[in-house]
Write a protein of this length. Structure first.
Length: 396
């Protein structure tokens, strides 16, 4: 009973004092209780920071939680780290009265206050410790057993399984160029997208991301592409330069702006814009697929770019180079494979940059509905200009 009262006194006296430089919801003095305190940009956190002011803070950056006669802070795999008294936290660290906590690159900062003078459990432990028995445990012989259920939540598990599956599939597809090229292109594009996904630090259902990529592929294989081509490349001055055609750079830039920038960025944005329009009417249980902020738009835009790059490479560039080659069939297929690797990496990186950039503005327009059309217009034109500049420069 005495230990319980001591612990409750110890826990209830702890608090975080936010320094003036930090701006978050709530007051500057945050009392701590027995429940965990999440800190980050996620609205579900107990201490929430504005994503527009503190982009260096992860959505769920750190957690302060009570332990036996003490408090500790745990870094939640944040991008820019959590620091206590200038030292980066790896995992969790015990807090002492007066510790200075910094999130990210120096700001925001907190002071941990614990006026009750009670030593933590580590200091009241017996002076002598009993040496562990001289035996080998199952977890020492099989380290993977010690992870238990946490194994399924490890960031490397799913990529490792997919990597093995793709390697086996590539071996099986040897001798069938179309299947081999499709698998290799999907593997390279998926790896590039996974990097962006981890960088964003936000969860989206895998089936939604795959669905956005597939929907763009279906759009490109449907009459919608023909309609867009007629509007942007025939009605508007976006005609694709013919082989051998000599054209000045300013004229080429204008053509690429209409025929590549405006046309392709709008095509890729169709699924994202549809989800954005459906967001206000989605039931609560479907909120995971909404476009509610810029990160949602970036992830969905990047997924759309993957589908676009796969179709453009596998249906246009690789078959064209293989057929136009004067080499034998097998040599032409090898030439197509050689083109595939740099082409898919370049296209995925470029298209994900343009689509993710436009997706950022789509998500921002949801947060700022009073300026929606201005935000969408700036994002659309900016992405189209960047796309046109890259294409036009690439000609030379």
């Amino acid at each position: 009973m005495l230990l319980f009262l001591l612990r409750m006194t110890f826990v209830s006296s702890a608090r975080l004092r936010r320094l003036p430089a930090a701006i978050a919801t709530g007051t500057s003095l945050i009392p701590l209780d027995a429940s965990d305190i999440l800190i980050g940009r996620d609205p579900q956190c107990q201490i929430v920071f504005d994503s527009q002011l503190f982009g260096g803070i992860s959505r769920q950056h750190a957690k302060v939680c009570a332990i036996e006669f003490g408090w500790q802070i745990c870094d939640l795999s944040s991008a820019n780290g959590t620091f206590v008294n200038g030292q980066r936290v790896s995992g969790c660290r015990l807090l002492q009265d007066g510790d200075r906590i910094a999130l990210g690159l120096g700001e925001p900062q907190f002071i941990f206050e614990q006026p009750v003078s009670i030593a933590p459990a580590q200091s009241i432990a017996p002076a002598q410790s009993i040496a562990p028995p001289d035996r080998v445990t199952l977890s020492q012989l099989l380290p993977i057993v010690s992870t238990g259920r946490d194994l399924t939540r490890k960031a490397f598990l799913v990529p490792a399984i997919l990597n093995v599956a793709f390697v086996v599939s590539l071996f099986v597809a040897i001798g069938r160029p179309e299947a081999f090229n499709l698998l290799l292109a999907a593997y390279l594009a998926g790896a590039a997208f996974y990097f962006v996904y981890q960088l964003c630090g936000k969860h989206k259902p895998w089936w939604l991301l795959v669905g956005v990529a597939v929907s763009v592929m279906l759009i490109l294989l449907s009459p919608i592409l023909t309609l867009f081509g007629f509007v942007f490349r025939e009605l508007l001055p976006g005609a694709v330069p013919q082989e051998g055609e000599i054209i000045a750079f300013p004229a080429l830039l204008v053509r690429m702006f209409f025929g590549a920038g405006l046309m392709e960025e709008l095509l890729k944005a169709i699924p994202v814009l549809v989800l954005c329009a459906l967001t206000p009417i989605l039931p609560r249980r479907w909120k995971s697929i909404e476009v509610g902020e810029p990160l949602d738009g970036i992830l969905l835009g990047a997924a759309a770019a993957v589908g676009f790059a796969l179709i453009e490479t596998l249906r246009q560039y690789v078959p064209a180079i293989a057929q136009e080659s004067s080499l034998p069939v097998q040599s032409g297929e090898l030439l197509g494979l050689q083109l595939l690797i740099p082409r898919i990496l370049g296209l995925v990186a470029g298209h994900m940059a343009y689509s993710g950039y436009f997706g950022y503005f789509i998500g921002l327009s949801v947060l700022k509905p009073n300026h929606r059309w201005r935000i969408l217009g700036v994002g659309y034109l900016s992405a189209a200009i960047l796309h046109a500049l890259w294409n036009a420069t690439g000609v030379f």
